[in-house]
Design a protein around this ligand. Structure first.
Ligand SMILES: O=P(O)(O)OC[C@H]1O[C@H](O)[C@H](O)[C@@H](O)[C@@H]1O
Length: 463
């Protein structure tokens, strides 16, 4: 993979996301990466300095990234983790085609100081194009003349023709390449909204952290190689112990989107039923990944982690020091909670210990006997603790690259192609068909009666 072999064998492409964060290199691909990085840096700096302005000459205060899947989850996570929420320019993320998503973002914004980044590797994704049209209409209604639209819109895509047809001129388009998978693309111009909100130096530090993890992955012996160890743990937990899921618990509000990001990375990469050669898989593929920020889950689903009948292997992620030293005490509470969960998961509490605790708090022996099985916790619940001193851009870059490489190592162990996603296509195709029927452009002959009766309900509800 790191050397550029066509590891994506169904699409006959390499998967060279590591090149996107490389600090040096040769060849045409690296030259294109370096040139695009230079354009990103210039754009981000001129927007932050107020040199690239909106049509009235006022500085850009808000950047709205319109994209979905890999064109949304990575940059959203990075911005929320690293950008100062109250300092302009602020980054916002609209993904859902549900009009309420974009409307809520746009309500407080001023078209004169808003810049859209239309982010779509294919520039064919329905949700993104529909939201981009809404954004364009909002700019128009807000006084931005057609000739000035380009000052308020940038595009990131492999499909420069489609972006041009949408009205975004080539000098406002940043390229992406087919050898980068959407879910591995935050390091590319897909991260433009982050570079604007964080500033170039912090975005470059994110890349440097990922590059350091690439170097570790490429050179560390297997027994010390973090991506390999995580993949072996995933294999052990899912294939040998039969856990069908994996829970991710970042003890960090700033990392609350990490489970969303890892869902796409893990489940879209390795949620497959056939080997690279198309034969049925011999064992399970990707676990169902879920999670939420600690300590929120402790007051919700951790009951099941400790005493449920399902095995839920967990990653507990602990940035050990807060961003602001003034937050030390409550941050220490947060970390104490994470460590406590780890201990409770491992050690648990035997029925005898539970009975003793009940007696100590004054329960009668018969009542202690009755309650002890309810208080007992089996322990021996598998989990990993991932710690780093602070949530710096470097640490986040390394963490995301760690999971990227873990995902690839699991795919190698399970003989899966981690870089295609054919399973998402059929739903899109049917979606287009159903929409045409709803619009009266298709008689629905190719659809089933169940779907048609639901379309009839939709028609009735919409008058
Ligand atoms: O970036 P785009 O081409 O708009 O694609 C956005 C997303 O849509 C697809 O359905 C894929 O499942 C994702 O892997 C991709 O990230």
């Amino acid at each position: 993979m790191l050397r550029g072999a066509a590891v994506n064998n169904t699409e006959r492409r390499p998967a060279l996301h590591s090149l996107l964060r490389a600090g040096s290199g040769g060849g045409e691909r690296y030259a294109a990466v370096a040139a695009t990085r230079g354009r990103m840096r210039d754009l981000a700096e001129s927007i932050r300095a107020g040199a690239h302005t909106g049509h009235t000459g006022r500085a850009i205060t808000d950047v709205v990234n319109i994209g979905i899947g890999g064109s949304d989850l990575g940059p959203r996570l990075v911005s929320e983790a690293l950008a100062a929420p109250d300092t302009a320019p602020r980054a916002h993320y609209a993904a859902n085609v549900d009009p309420d998503d974009l409307a809520a973002i746009l309500a407080p914004l001023d078209p004169a100081t808003t810049l859209f980044v239309i982010c779509s590797k294919s520039f064919r994704t329905e949700e993104t194009l529909a939201n981009a049209l809404t954004a364009r209409a909002w700019l128009g209604a807000g006084g931005v003349a057609d000739g000035d639209l380009a000052r308020h819109c940038l595009a990131v895509t492999t499909n420069l023709e489609a972006a041009a047809a949408f009205g975004i001129p080539a000098h406002h388009c940043l390229p992406l390449w087919d050898w980068v998978g959407g879910r591995y693309s935050v390091w590319s111009a897909v991260g433009l909204s982050c570079a604007i909100a964080l500033g170039w130096d912090r975005f470059a530090a994110l890349l440097a952290g990922a590059e350091a993890m690439d170097a570790h992955f490429a050179s560390a012996p297997p027994a010390d190689n973090l991506p390999m160890l995580l993949a072996l743990l995933e294999t052990w937990n899912c294939r040998f112990l039969g856990a069908g899921n994996h829970v991710v618990l970042p003890y960090s509000h700033r990392l609350r989107r990490l489970p969303d990001f890892l869902q796409q990375l893990t489940m879209e990469s390795n949620g497959k039923a056939v080997t690279r050669d198309g034969a049925p898989l011999a064992g399970q593929s990707a676990p169902v990944l879920w999670g939420s920020a600690g300590t929120i889950g402790q007051h919700s689903f951790h009951q099941l982690l400790h005493q449920g009948t399902r095995r839920c292997p967990a990653d507990i992620i602990l940035p050990l020091a807060p961003e602001d030293p003034a937050d030390r005490e409550n941050h220490a509470r947060l970390i104490a909670n994470g460590l406590a969960q780890s201990r409770a998961l491992v050690i648990g509490r035997s029925e005898t210990q539970a009975r003793e605790a009940l007696l100590a708090r004054g329960e009668a022996p018969a009542e202690a006997d009755r309650l002890a099985p309810h208080l007992a916790m089996p322990g021996n619940r598998p989990h990993s603790l991932i710690t780093f001193p602070r949530l710096t851009p470097e640490a986040l870059g390394a963490l995301l690259a760690l999971y990227e490489h873990r995902t690839y190592c699991s795919a190698v162990l399970w003989d899966i192609n981690a870089f295609d996603q054919w399973g998402v296509e059929l739903g899109k195709e049917i979606g287009r068909q159903v929409f045409a029927v709803m619009q009266g452009d298709d008689d629905g002959a190719a659809l089933d009666t169940g779907t048609l009766s639901l379309v009839a309900l939709w028609k009735a509800a919409n008058g």
